[in-house]
Design a protein around this ligand. Structure first.
Ligand code: SAM
Ligand code: SF4
Length: 356
């Protein structure tokens, strides 16, 4: 059995480079056992609402970047968001995830009011994923009752990060500092990375995984990088290099390895089987993710008319499904695995006992 202490850089790079399928099956089996022992068999459902696709940022990888003029922009109204919250309750979800581009049309007070209403009118936990907002915004939303915040650090390689995620003029982009602030504010903290982003080496992805443990994350989101033609990384105008043979591939197999290793470094974390993974394997990607470390899925509640414009990457899985189809599909998949659908908000890794 691998102890957490034995998990170091060498261990990580060794597994990331492993291509023997029998050995990989051992890794996946171990991750599944660790998942079962620490977070059980329940699969928790988080209802995702993509509340706005406006974004001030110029991320080299994402279709929502400010300069992409080919998508039509939307911001949902407070009433529409609350209708989604009620739908989440009707479907039995324990959590509402509000995600958007970094959109300052979403003002501090407007969002605080929505969070307060969801928290008083429903039993839902509220997760926010709204980008690098100022401390005062994060504080106000925490006071309004928001429980969790998701902010992927994307890569722990500072030079690569700067290249693919340019800072706004006069404002450094330090996602690690924001993650520490979120923890200090009492949020459950989620982060993660994309897998196979151009310029990502095996050593840097291995370091990312060790950062998950260092940050003691409550939630970990990992998924393959999927090129979008309307972005500098997707159209090839930005092509960060790595030394020969060092580039991590953005494949399905690599995603499973990272999911499994994330479960080993953070046994109690909530880890979703992501839509990006399902995009690579529509038929069974979600299930395989759940069998190789994940314990969460995020059915999409965004109204269909908006959802098609939340195109982070092309051919996104389930982009045309209604909330009700998505709900039925997730139940069917979870039950097909012999797992149960989680009830309520789900476990809190840094809960009452504070044990890790
Ligand atoms: N704007 C917020 C932020 O950046 O944290 C939240 C929304 S953003 C669309 C959510 C995540 O999508 C990012 O953290 C990034 O990892 C992922 N993402 C963006 N473009 C992607 C791509 N081309 N392939 C895979 N994942 C992508
Ligand atoms: Fe905006 Fe987030 Fe996309 Fe970057 S990843 S362009 S911050 S939505």
């Amino acid at each position: 059995m691998i102890g957490r202490g034995g998990i170091n850089l060498e261990f990580m790079t060794g597994w990331l480079r492993e291509d023997n399928s029998a050995r990989l099956e051992e890794l996946y089996k171990l991750a599944d056992e660790v998942r079962q022992r620490h977070v059980g068999d329940a699969v928790h459902l988080r209802g995702l609402v993509e509340i706005s696709n406006y974004c001030v940022r110029q991320c080299g990888y994402c279709g929502l970047r400010f300069e992409n003029r080919r998508i039509s922009r939307y911001r949902m109204s407070a009433d529409e968001i609350l209708a989604c919250a009620r739908e989440a309750v009707a479907y039995g979800y324990g959590t509402l995830v509000l995600q958007s581009g970094e959109d300052y049309g979403i003002t501090r007070d407007w969002l605080a009011d929505i969070v307060r209403r969801v928290k008083t009118e429903t039993p839902l936990a509220v997760t926010l994923s709204l980008g690098e907002r100022p401390f005062e915004d994060l504080e106000a939303w925490s006071r309004a009752g928001a429980d969790r915040y998701l902010l992927r650090f994307e890569t722990s390689d500072p030079a690569l990060y700067e290249l693919i995620h340019p800072a706004l003029p006069g404002r450094a982009s330090d996602r690690f500092a924001i993650l520490r602030s979120l923890r200090a504010l009492g949020y459950e903290v989620g982060s993660g990375v994309m897998i196979g982003i151009p310029g990502q080496s095996y050593a840097s992805l291995a370091r990312d995984l060790l950062w998950f443990r260092e940050l003691d994350l409550d939630m970990i989101g990992v998924g393959p990088y999927l090129p979008h033609p309307a972005t500098p990384l997707g159209d090839g105008s930005l092509a960060p290099g790595t030394a020969g043979g060092e580039q991590v591939p953005n494949t399905e197999e690599m995603t499973y390895k990272v999911l499994a290793l994330a479960r080993l470094v953070c046994p109690e974390a909530n880890i979703p089987s992501t839509t990006a993974l399902a995009t690579l394997n529509l038929e069974s990607g979600r299930e395989l993710g759940l069998q190789r470390g994940a314990n969460v899925v995020m059915p999409n509640l965004t109204p269909a008319a908006y959802r098609i414009n939340y195109e982070i990457y092309p051919a996104k899985a389930c982009i045309k499904e209604t909330a009700s189809a998505c709900h039925a599909c997730m139940h069917w998949r979870i039950e097909g695995l012999g797992r149960e659908v989680g009830k309520g908000q789900g476990p809190r890794p840094h809960g009452e006992t504070g044990v890790d």
